[in-house]
Design a protein around this ligand. Structure first.
Ligand code: AMP
Ligand code: ZN
Length: 141
């Protein structure tokens, strides 16, 4: 299987075996390994083998394969570590906090009061604004 690579990308180097990782599993399109800066114990990454930076450019079937791998890891995390909860997180672009521009899904076990800042307060939105954006997105689909 051939896929795009970027010689300067740290995840491409991990996929190629040029940089070590704690590999959890691997299949034709994906790899999963432990995050070296875990927000909580058990934090792992499901990663596409090919170098596609973000959700808008990766082929849908590869994204589906990454999601399947994330689910396999999440099941092991839930069964073995019994965390308080698990977040799956996938960032796109520096503005979304993406530091490695090679698509990956975080499997993040949660602990009570762990201060991981992924939650937000519910504030009712402006109905007209929601509808205006809705119309633009619907037309773009
Ligand atoms: P993001 O900021 O969403 O792009 O996530 C990138 C993640 O990759 C961070 O959680 C880093 O801790 C993790 N990371 C970076 N380099 C490595 C590495 N060599 N091995 C394992 N995880 C890494
Ligand atoms: Zn890459």
């Amino acid at each position: 299987m051939t896929y795009p690579t970027d010689k300067d990308c740290i995840f491409c180097k991990i996929v190629a075996g040029q940089i070590p990782c704690l590999k959890l599993l691997e299949d034709a399109d994906t790899i999963a390994f432990m995050d070296i800066n875990p927000v909580n114990p058990g934090h792992a990454l499901a990663v596409a083998k090919g170098h596609w930076p973000t959700v808008d450019v990766i082929p849908a079937e590869v994204l589906a394969a990454v999601a399947r791998t994330a689910q396999r890891v999440a099941r092991a995390v839930v069964a073995e570590l019994k965390p308080h909860g698990v977040n799956l997180l996938q960032a796109n672009g520096a503005g979304a906090g993406q530091s490695v521009p090679h698509l990956h899904i975080h499997i993040m076990p949660r602990r009570p009061n762990d201060a991981v800042a992924l939650n937000w307060d519910y504030k009712p939105g402006d109905r007209a604004e929601i509808e205006a954006i809705y119309r633009r997105l619907k037309a773009a689909l």
